[in-house]
Design a protein around this ligand. Structure first.
Ligand SMILES: Cc1cc2nc3c(=O)[nH]c(=O)nc-3n(C[C@H](O)[C@H](O)[C@H](O)COP(=O)(O)O)c2cc1C
Length: 139
């Protein structure tokens, strides 16, 4: 029996600009570490927010979660979902990245209004957006 894939989704606030050198640097570091630790996921960056789905072996995910939480490049990290699944959502992505100019998550959420207080439905909607971005970028 193979181990289940642990995952998390959070939102945070940042002053880093999408597509900036600082964003590229962070992503480069993240991808190297994720590939060493067997983690995958997708990061969307828009209007001063990060939304990130990260998944993999539970112990490695917990270790990287601590690194992310203490990273001064963002603040107010708010978890929207934590769980486990049989298979990863983003198996091919060491860390995908999209920004407002690719598509707007905030507009997506406005078109498909889900109250933030309904945490699981809200998280699902964000996950659907990230999956759509990952499919678009595969082309
Ligand atoms: C929004 C955000 C997402 C991040 N995602 C990951 C990640 O997926 N994997 C990872 O190992 N580190 C992740 N990090 C941590 C950074 O990659 C890492 O702490 C930073 O780039 C260290 O760079 P430095 O050594 O130049 O200070 C993330 C940090 C932020 C702010």
């Amino acid at each position: 029996m193979s181990e289940r894939v642990a995952n998390l989704l959070y939102r945070s606030e940042t002053s880093i600009l999408p597509g900036s050198a600082a964003a590229e640097h962070l992503l480069g570091r993240a991808r190297v570490r994720n590939s060493q630790l067997g983690l995958t996921g997708f990061l969307h960056h828009e209007e001063g927010f990060f939304f990130q789905w990260l998944e993999g072996p539970a112990a490695n995910l917990a270790a990287v979660q601590k690194i992310i939480e203490s990273d001064p490049r963002h603040e107010a990290v708010t978890y929207l979902h934590r769980g486990t699944e049989a298979v990863p959502q983003f198996p091919d992505w060491r860390m995908g990245y999209s920004q407002h100019e690719d598509d707007s998550l905030l507009e997506w959420l406005a078109r498909e209004p889900v109250a933030q207080i309904k945490r699981e439905a809200y998280a699902r909607s964000i996950l659907m957006f990230l999956k759509e971005r990952s499919r678009a970028q595969h082309a």
